[in-house]
Ligand binder design. Structure first.
Ligand SMILES: NC(=O)c1ccc[n+]([C@@H]2O[C@H](COP(=O)([O-])OP(=O)(O)OC[C@H]3O[C@@H](n4cnc5c(N)ncnc54)[C@H](O)[C@@H]3O)[C@@H](O)[C@H]2O)c1
Length: 350
């Protein structure tokens, strides 16, 4: 097993990379597994799995990232008489790791926590960095805590059963990380596309490790998103607006984020911030993965939707109580956040 450790204000986090799927065996303090219906069979095949331990198997998907699910987890933990020293193991994609971590942070004012991310997105992003939460009302992730796991177990073997759409969602986050922090990772994405798309385990291990290390460095410096961590939203302001205007589910999160990265770089170009050569390097790589780089995404039909997209961005931000700050890049590894006039935003959308 290969171990990587980083330190947050809250303590040390270890990330264990191993080819074999495994979970920590519960000690005398006991513990609880949190899975969804898709990841439960994967957990049951893991080394260290205890079939007699309490297990909460939730319905999969964002619709179930709710207080109701948290209640199920907490009730099961209490029914099993678990104490604060017990171990919560969240085993699944970002929905499950966010919820298991949220429940662990609440249970007895903080139980022990291990996360086993099983989607590419959760390996490179959601499980790393301590943000937990659920959706509430009509706002995503608006109720939650900062509660980093002490151990994150990563095995890229889980990627084999992931749907194409889920895999591509994770890949968009990998691309984002590459552009923000990791030129070598960008080079890998550029030169080894076939191997990445075929989910070559050795290469995916290298890709995931590079992403984990990059994100760990960011959250070490800015756990609570007071500054630099907001750069991780590159492509997301445009991407979320596209998901919302096209209608949720019509365009996948990853495809929306990748399109959003292209729009953000074009916005930077228009503002004289982004180096034109950088854009010329990045856009063909986005296109080579099948991501749209045109101003108008094909998921949008029925005339000019640019004003709707702008309204969606403002609405999203209003819920978070601030002005829209766009994440822009001068070039790879050189990022800034700033407000932008409506006119400039509209210009890159039609
Ligand atoms: N905490 C953070 O910092 C952070 C960062 C990014 C995203 N997120 C959150 O992550 C969530 C999205 O995560 P996600 O994309 O992993 O979605 P997800 O958890 O909904 O998983 C996607 C689907 O894949 C299934 N699945 C999971 N692993 C599988 C496997 N190995 N094989 C087959 N199917 C598998 C799941 O059951 C689900 O149906 C969002 O709720 C988002 O808010 C959190």
């Amino acid at each position: 097993m290969d171990l990587f450790t980083f330190t947050l204000q809250t303590g040390e986090v270890s990330v264990a990379f191993s080819p074999e799927p495994s979970v920590t065996a519960f000690g005398p303090e006991g513990g609880i597994y949190v899975v969804d219906k898709h990841t439960e069979p994967l957990l049951r095949r893991c080394a260290g799995f205890d079939p007699k331990a309490p297990l909460v198997s939730l319905e999969p998907g964002e619709d179930h990232k709710s207080l109701d699910s948290i209640q199920k987890i907490l009730t099961a933990a209490l029914d099993a008489s678990l104490g604060r020293d017990s171990l919560f193991i969240g085993f699944g994609g970002g929905v499950i790791t966010d919820m298991a971590a949220f429940a662990a942070s609440l249970y007895m004012r903080g139980a022990r926590l291990e996360l086993v991310p099983t989607t590419l997105l959760s390996m490179v992003d959601a499980a790393i960095g301590g943000k937990t939460g659920i959706d509430f009302g009509n706002a995503k992730n608006c109720v939650g805590t900062f509660y980093p796991a002490s151990l994150i177990r990563v095995s890229v073997s889980y990627l084999a059963s992931l749907s194409e759409a889920e895999f591509r969602s994770g890949l968009a986050e990998v691309m984002k990380t590459a552009l923000l922090y990791a030129p070598k990772l960008f080079q890998i994405m550029q030169e080894r596309r076939e191997h990445i798309l075929s989910r070559d385990p050795d290469l995916m291990l290298e890709v995931v490790k590079r992403c984990v290390q990059a994100k760990a460095r960011v959250v070490e410096r800015d756990l609570k998103e007071s500054g630099e961590r907001m750069y991780l939203n590159l492509g997301h302001t445009f991407g979320h607006a596209l998901e919302s205007v096209a209608g949720f589910g019509r365009v996948s999160h990853g495809d929306a984020v990748a399109w959003g990265i292209g729009r953000a770089l074009n916005l930077g170009l228009r503002l004289g911030i982004t180096d034109p050569e950088y854009l010329t390097d990045v856009l063909p790589v986005l296109e080579s993965y099948g991501w749209c780089t045109a101003p108008v995404h094909p998921a949008l039909s029925g005339g000019d939707r640019s004003r709707e997209l702008l309204a969606a961005m403002k609405n999203d931000k209003k819920k978070k109580g601030g002005a829209v700050r766009f994440i822009l890049q001068r070039e790879m590894n050189s990022t800034l956040a700033q407000t932008v006039s409506d006119e400039d935003v509209l210009a890159v959308l039609s």
